[in-house]
Design a protein around this ligand. Sequence first.
Ligand SMILES: CC(C)(COP(=O)(O)OP(=O)(O)OC[C@H]1O[C@@H](n2cnc3c(N)ncnc32)[C@H](O)[C@@H]1OP(=O)(O)O)[C@@H](O)C(=O)NCCC(=O)NCCS
Length: 181
Amino acid sequence: MNAPVPTWQIRLENPEDDSGIEALNAEGFGPGRFAKSAYRLREGVKPVAGLSFVAVEDGVLRGSVRFWPVRIGGHEELLLGPLAVQSNQRGRGIGIALMQAGIAAAQQGPWRGIILVGDEPYYAKVGFSRLPPGRIKFPGPVDQNRILGLSLKAGEILNLSGEVRRAQIDDAVCANGAGVG
Ligand SMILES: CC(C)(COP(=O)(O)OP(=O)(O)OC[C@H]1O[C@@H](n2cnc3c(N)ncnc32)[C@H](O)[C@@H]1OP(=O)(O)O)[C@@H](O)C(=O)NCCC(=O)NCCS
């Protein structure tokens, strides 16, 4: 049987999507999302322009993916996420399509790879695999088995090591410096 033809469109996000994306992330991750290590890496840093995509259907935001710059061992690499799909629209291929759009765009850039913290069985569908435990270190507690990576360079194995740090700070963050040191 043929797979159903998608009726959503994937396009780059624009500033008017901000509140809808925030609602998708709140629905997908709940209030605990701000406490995660990955969020601390995003604090005060803007997502990479040109890599943030939304899925839209009948004028409704169905899903969103963003990528953040991070520094690993002195190089700028990418952190995938948040990725969120409307809860009543999951299982239609929207999450995979969003990531594929972002990965294809990232392959045009200077980065060596993308990392994320997530479920390997899902992200393996777009090529991610576990990084060797202990190779990279997040600024907070992270389950080593959920640290995944994808090489953006054809034929190359992703060989990252070191601490994962925030990239250049774009916005002032709170005065007590709650972010990564
Ligand atoms: C994770 C999420 C983005 C997936 O979006 P989606 O549009 O439903 O995903 P897709 O339709 O593209 O892919 C669905 C496939 O992935 C599988 N899948 C989804 N989540 C999975 C998981 N956590 N582990 C393993 N497989 C998973 C489904 O079983 C399905 O498999 P099939 O195609 O063989 O039937 C969505 O469930 C979501 O927004 N969750 C809440 C936020 C979240 O957890 N984000 C990821 C954080 S790391």
